[in-house]
Ligand binder design. Structure first.
Ligand SMILES: *Cc1c(COP(=O)(O)O)cnc(C)c1O
Length: 512
């Protein structure tokens, strides 16, 4: 019997209980004079008690445990398997982070407690700001944004505020490369800025010749990520930074996936003025299910006055305080100072790696990605063959198994066979216990498969993934239907993807 075939209510049998305990022998007041079973000294006042017993399922304890444990195993996460999602750094979440975040002294804080009673928490913010500034080459950070895209919006608000404070009101356009993460143009639009697209060249890098004519006194700035979403390092970043600064614009760095640069290269040194980080990608805190996340935004010294408030500051006497108001701040972007529990986890991660090891994360992630790329390029189309950073893209199968319609000499017609697509490869991977990579993103190719292994996977796990990807390519060449009907072992197979995302059925519906 599969425990997840049914709802817990459908498992209910009248009168079945999860446990049995002897009746309470103790009366709270010890002198009410009633037998223990009839004693009401501990009971809720009459007017607060429900008239009928609640409609709870009546199930044995072991059935409850199995039901929910099995349900939890229908989910896929980094704790259960390899999750090579490109542009998303699904790295392992070290358990020491959880230990630190669940320390009672940190867990029970209230955001409105006086600063004098939360000095330790404020010190964490302060030290974390110093650590991220050292890693990125920025001058200071705000921890208020609760996600990467929220950080982008905050960073663009800072950019706009900087120009407004200087009385430079014409700058309403933001340049975004065509390879950018979809949140970049979306954030610019939400901030009320106009998006101008700059093209990539044949090497997958920003085309400087295409950029030059876009620059002018109406440009607020450019949003870039480096390495870009194809996993390629923008080698012309020095020239791009000089050109954008020359026209009076600022450079925004999308540091959601800063993993390959950790301890090696700093966006601040590349000429970036504003950036965000995703603590829930690069700094090992959990993501998925929509949060909670953290997208701290860092700025160069000349933009510090535009940071959103509140902020932690160090007082003259060495204690920590909270700066709540200023006339120049870009405004308020969240309830208080972001998701403290997530910031604690990332702080634990940085301290546990230390200065020496933080740079190993990016090196190993880069090595793993190149190893997979080189091992699979005989079976999957590699549109950009150069050395990649922490991630790379394939453009579908080399042999997708498709065959044209054939007419034999006797006139019998064998119908055409459609080839296996990237979606089919992704679905088939689930049968082998691997989460699918990112597919059909970035939009520069038609059959994109974007793979990011991260540094925490062992060589054995990566070799197993490579072997499965090869096997899937062989299956496709022999009989694409094996892929097209996959997954064969998952609890559900192929839902309508749009409706599953837009109109999910999350509640039990009685059979009509
Ligand atoms: C994930 C990601 C984002 C958005 O981060 P969220 O926390 O999902 O809002 C932005 N840019 C890049 C490059 C990303 O990979």
């Amino acid at each position: 019997m599969k425990y997840y075939d049914k709802l817990i209510f459908e498992l209910s049998k009248k009168g079945r209980t999860g446990f049995s305990l002897p009746e309470n022998e103790f009366c709270a007041s010890r002198n009410c004079g009633r037998k223990p079973s009839g004693c009401l000294c501990n009971a809720l006042p009459e007017n607060l008690r429900r008239a009928e017993a609640p409609a709870l399922p009546e199930v044995g304890e072991v059935d409850v445990v199995r039901h929910y444990t099995n349900l939890s195993q229908m989910n896929f996460g980094v704790d259960t398997g390899f999750y090579p999602l490109g542009s998303c750094t699904m790295k392992y979440n070290p358990k020491i982070n959880e230990e630190v975040a669940s320390m009672p002294g940190l867990q029970a804080l209230h955001p409105l407690q006086p600063a004098s009673t939360v000095q330790g928490a404020l010190e964490v913010y302060y030290n974390m700001e110093k650590a991220l500034s050292a890693i990125t080459g920025m001058s200071c950070f705000t921890f208020n944004p609760c996600a990467g895209a929220h950080g982008e919006l905050t960073g663009l608000m800072i950019m706009r505020q900087y120009h407004i404070l200087r009385g430079d009101l014409k700058r309403t356009k933001v340049i975004v490369p065509d390879s950018a993460h979809g949140t970049n143009p979306a954030s610019a639009a939400v901030c009320g800025l106009e998006v101008v697209v700059v093209k990539s060249n044949a090497d997958g890098l920003v085309d400087v010749a295409d950029l030059k004519p876009l620059l002018g006194d109406d440009i607020a700035g450019i949003m870039m990520t480096n390495p870009n979403t194809l996993g390629l390092f923008e080698r012309e970043i020095g020239e791009i930074a000089a050109l954008v600064h020359e026209c009076g614009g600022l450079l925004y760095y999308d540091g959601a996936n800063m993993n390959p640069l950790l301890g090696m290269v700093r966006p601040g040194d590349m000429g970036f003025d504003i950036m965000h980080l995703n603590l829930h990608k690069t700094f090992s805190t959990p993501h998925g299910g929509g949060g909670p996340g953290s997208g701290p935004v860092g700025v160069a010294a000349r933009l510090e006055h535009c940071l959103p408030l509140p902020r932690v500051v160090r007082n003259g006497d060495g204690t920590f305080g909270i700066l709540g108001e200023s006339d120049e701040s870009a405004g308020k972007v969240s309830g208080f100072m972001g998701n403290f529990g997530i910031i604690l986890r990332a702080y634990a991660y940085i301290l546990s790696l230390g200065k020496q090891n933080v740079r190993l994360a990016g090196k190993f992630a880069t090595m793993s990605a190149n190893y997979i790329k080189e091992s699979l390029k005989e079976c999957y189309k590699l549109p950009i063959p150069s050395v990649c950073k922490h991630e790379f893209v394939f453009d579908g199968l080399i042999n997708d198994g498709s065959r044209p319609e054939e007419t034999a000499a006797d006139g019998t017609v064998t119908p055409a066979v459609p080839g296996a697509t990237t979606l089919d490869v992704a679905k088939r991977l689930l049968d082998f216990g691997f989460h699918a990579p990112t597919i059909y993103f970035p939009l520069l190719f038609h059959q994109t498969i974007m793979i990011e292994p991260t540094e925490t996977e062992s060589k054995e796990t990566i070799d197993e993934f490579i072997a499965v990807m090869r096997k899937i390519a062989e299956e496709a060449a022999a009989d694409p239907m094996i892929l097209k009907s996959a997954p064969h072992n998952a609890p559900i197979s192929r839902p309508d993807e749009t409706r599953a995302a837009r109109q999910p059925v999350l509640k039990f519906r009685d059979a009509e």
